[in-house]
Design a protein around this ligand. Structure first.
Ligand code: M6R
Length: 524
């Protein structure tokens, strides 16, 4: 609230120049009760409100003037004593949606939060403001000129945003993966047909022009990029660079009009990923956004958008979004391969057939989680764990390690198994837990001997595999169905998602809302 208790503000984001604005306000007689950046906003609005001589739309004008002074990111909602029926909202670099009801309207940072009240939404662009009452909404651009907006209907099922009998959203979302992968494949891939990406419609000439592909994202979405790098390179013969968005955006990456940049984001609101996208567009690259949220910020910036159709993901720890991202990027790689015609048709067809079988195979993996649960029970008190793999198994090791850290607070590291003897093996001692992922027939022998090295030093081992191994060597082996090793992450990650889940449960932690983390990271 402001000093006069007339204005109340809700703010999501960070005001970077708040210190400067605070000093300005203090020099004008304002005082502050907190250290927050947010407190300057209602006071700044009060400042302009009392200065303005206009009588029409005084509140809207004051909010607009205050927003012009703010640097950083914000989605704000403002109410004022003098306008009891009005609410002003504004956004820049933070998500904000307006839900339309009957005799009532809603604002939220995210669609699922208000999906049980309405399926009709307006989405604000950066710099936009809106004035709401219970039965009217008007929109304004950054210059306060009135604008019109299209009302969007969101098809998500409200039950998809509820736990539906599961103890936690994360568990529900893990078990939804047969469906979410099937929906992501959707009508893009049908038996004996070419992969359909008419919505992108790249020609052979366009694809041949690209001399490199960047996959840019954060966290789990970046891991999805790592998991598909091998298939994209194998099927398209174009070098693929996977980059962390927060590094990419500050590194002056080598991109130009011959670069294809693909940005992966479940929420479509991740600040660093959006900034990386804007930078790539400025450098002339062709940009594709991969998102799970219709109309999210990233989709409004990119040249092309493709959706994952995983359905709403509520748990902070991403599970079904990851497998859907890999599925969609695999489809994209297959599409590029068919347009470019640079690999034998049999290779492409084998992956297409295997991809269509995945929903069934995921159900098989999910049928019995007892072994994972038991192993989680044995090791949940540990302080450190290691995940090892080669090729796509290494990408899964990284994702599994992130999952474990974020929901169980156990420190873990993922290593390419071949790197072990270049340092990390020094950490292996009696009783330490090592998890091996072994799904690539060409690499399995190598990984088996790496695991032997840790077993010799006393490690406890859990192995996820679709290969025939001498199971007596390991403390626990989880067998998963066989598939083409280029798409095996979609299956091999599932027992490891469950592993983290059960460890978190054993420790009595809040699985869906781990400490210090947010579902959408809308600030850098
Ligand atoms: O919404 P995004 O996919 O852009 O989010 C990126 C990361 O913040 C996200 O994947 C994060 O790492 C998850 N909490 C991992 O489970």
């Amino acid at each position: 609230m402001d000093n006069s208790n007339s204005f109340s503000v809700v703010h999501n984001g960070i005001i970077e120049n708040y210190q400067e604005l605070k000093e300005f306000l203090i020099s004008n007689g304002y005082h502050f009760l907190s250290q927050t950046d947010t407190e300057i906003i209602p006071n700044l609005i009060h400042y302009y409100y009392t200065k303005t001589t206009e009588n029409t739309d005084k509140l809207l004008n004051a909010v607009h003037l205050a927003c012009k002074d703010l640097k950083g990111s914000y989605a704000i909602e403002v109410i004022c004593k003098d306008y009891p029926d009005t609410m002003i909202v504004a956004r820049k670099d933070s998500p904000l949606v307006i839900g339309v009801g009957s005799e009532e309207n809603y604002i939220s940072s995210d669609i699922p939060a208000i999906l049980s009240y309405t399926k009709n939404f307006y989405l604000l662009n950066d710099g936009d403001l809106a004035k709401l009452s219970k039965d009217a909404i008007s929109f304004y651009d950054a210059n306060l000129s009135p604008i019109s907006k299209e009302l969007k209907s969101i098809e998500w099922d409200v039950f998809a945003c509820e736990k539906d009998g599961y103890e936690d959203f994360m568990l529900k979302e893990i078990y939804e993966q047969p469906k979410s992968v099937r929906e992501t494949i959707g009508s893009r891939l049908k038996k004996n047909e070419k992969v359909n990406f008419d919505d992108i419609g790249f020609t052979k000439e366009t694809l041949e022009k690209f001399n490199k592909i960047y996959l840019v994202a954060c966290g789990t979405a970046m891991h999805a990029g790592l998991a598909v790098k091998p298939i994209l390179e194998k099927l398209c013969h174009i070098p693929v660079i996977v980059d962390i968005a927060s590094e990419f955006r500050y590194r002056e990456p080598l991109i130009d009009k011959n670069t294809l940049c693909i940005f992966i984001s479940q929420s479509g609101e991740t600040a660093d990923t959006i900034a990386a996208l804007k930078l790539s567009k400025n450098e002339g690259a062709t940009t594709i956004a991969i998102s799970n949220v219709i109309g999210s910020s990233i989709t409004r910036e990119a040249d092309f958008t493709i959706y994952t159709h995983a359905g709403p993901e509520i748990a902070v720890a991403s599970t079904k979004a990851y497998t859907s991202q890999i599925t969609l990027l695999t489809l994209l790689a297959l599409y590029f391969a068919e347009v470019l015609e640079c690999v034998p048709v049999e290779i492409v067809n084998n992956i297409k057939e295997e991809l269509l079988l995945l929903p069934e195979k995921i159900s098989e993996v999910l049928k019995d989680s007892s072994k994972v649960k038991e192993f989680a029970h044995k090791v949940y008190t540990e302080k450190d764990m290691f995940f090892l793999g080669r090729g796509t198994d290494y990408a899964v090791a990284m994702e599994a390690s992130l999952k474990l850290k974020e929901i169980s607070y156990i420190h873990s590291e993922a290593y390419a198994a071949g790197e072990l003897k270049h340092g990390p093996i020094a950490l292996i001692e009696n009783g330490v837990t090592v998890i091996g992922i072994l799904t690539d027939p060409y690499l399995v022998e190598k990984s088996v001997s790496n695991l032997q090295e840790v077993i010799t030093r006393g490690a406890k081992t859990l192995v996820i595999t679709n290969q025939e191994l001498n199971t007596a060597n390991y403390d626990e082996v989880i067998n998963i169905p066989n598939t083409n090793s280029l798409i095996s992450p979609i299956l091999s990650v599932i027992p490891l998602q469950l592993f983290s889940y059960y460890i978190s449960k054993e420790k009595g932690l809040d699985v869906d809302k781990p400490r210090n983390l947010a579902k959408s990271v809308t600030v850098e």
